[in-house]
Design a protein around this ligand. Structure first.
Ligand SMILES: C[S@@+](CC[C@H](N)C(=O)[O-])C[C@H]1O[C@@H](n2cnc3c(N)ncnc32)[C@H](O)[C@@H]1O
Length: 259
């Protein structure tokens, strides 16, 4: 396991963490949680000490643990009360200099209790449709219950619009999302999600390829993949978007905006 002392910042668009970070209260038990190295890189690159960070689908709290270690204030939300309980427990440690983190139950599609232009950075990680079911159909509004790509993207667009509203201009919103396969064909979930974020007004700053490690079922699927001529998906996209300034001339960014 990688200790904090072994952490070095990334400087290319390909990120690979064969050993997930094991420092502070991080643990890999929450299914599908991202490596602490992802949160640390994004927070260090796009925010300053004392800034406010939002993760509206916080899961086991990886973003908020890193926010605390890096002295950023942060709000985490999750539709699943169990995730909120796990995150609160993970945040129960002392750290200097002090900062404030709060986790609450909530739906990322409705951030009406938050003011416009109030966060310096957003980092989040939605379910990849129903690849991992977080509440097995028990919690209405849980995006991991959705099996229809268009319907999932419509919900993501609602979230993207809310995130655009609450982020300060000229600040960044990073989202980790993977793809899937149906009928042995590739379903570009990530690019569909990317376009919905662009539609909400964001401009694309980065598309970072995150290599996946320790994928379950890889050995079982290997034989099938060779037999049926498809490749096993071993990467995710970490999109970094920027919210443009109000009167910003976007004509120079025409290749980065929604076509
Ligand atoms: C991939 S996990 C996030 C993992 C997190 N990055 C971590 O490291 O622990 C996605 C989370 O989104 C939550 N979720 C699903 N639908 C939601 C919604 N509408 N609003 C808020 N959270 C939601 C799920 O309960 C799940 O905890």
């Amino acid at each position: 396991m990688t200790d904090f002392a072994e952490y070095t910042p990334e400087y290319t668009t390909i990120w690979s963490f064969p050993e997930r970070g094991n420092w502070a209260t991080h643990n890999a038990k929450y299914r599908g949680n991202f490596a602490p190295q992802i949160a640390r890189n994004i927070i260090e690159m796009y925010s300053e000490k004392g800034d406010s960070i939002l993760d509206p689908m916080v899961g086991a709290g990886t973003t908020l643990i890193e926010a605390k270690l890096l002295a950023r204030n942060a709000l985490g939300m999750d539709i699943n009360p169990e995730a909120v309980r796990i995150s609160e427990k993970a945040l129960d440690f002392k750290h200097q200099p002090p900062s404030k983190q709060k986790v609450q139950v909530g739906d990322a599609r409705d951030l009406s209790f938050l003011k416009d232009n109030s966060f310096d950075l957003i980092l989040t990680h939605p379910p990849y449709m129903n690849i991992i079911k977080y509440s097995n159909g028990q919690i209405p509004g849980d995006l991991s219950n959705m099996s229809s790509l268009p319907k999932f993207c419509d919900e993501i667009e609602i979230i993207a619009k809310e995130l655009f509203r609450v982020l300060k201009p000229d600040k960044f919103c990073a989202i980790l999302i993977g793809d899937t396969r149906k009928g042995r064909h590739y379903v570009p979930l990530a690019f569909n999600v990317m376009r919905r974020f662009q539609k909400a007004g964001f401009v694309l700053k980065e598309d970072i390829i995150k290599i996946q490690h320790n994928c379950k079922f890889t050995e079982r699927w290997r034989y099938k993949a060779v037999r049926d001529r498809f490749y096993l998906i071993m990467h995710e996209h970490l999109f970094v978007f920027r919210k443009p300034n109000v009167d910003e001339d976007l004509s120079k960014l025409k290749f980065s905006t929604f076509l």
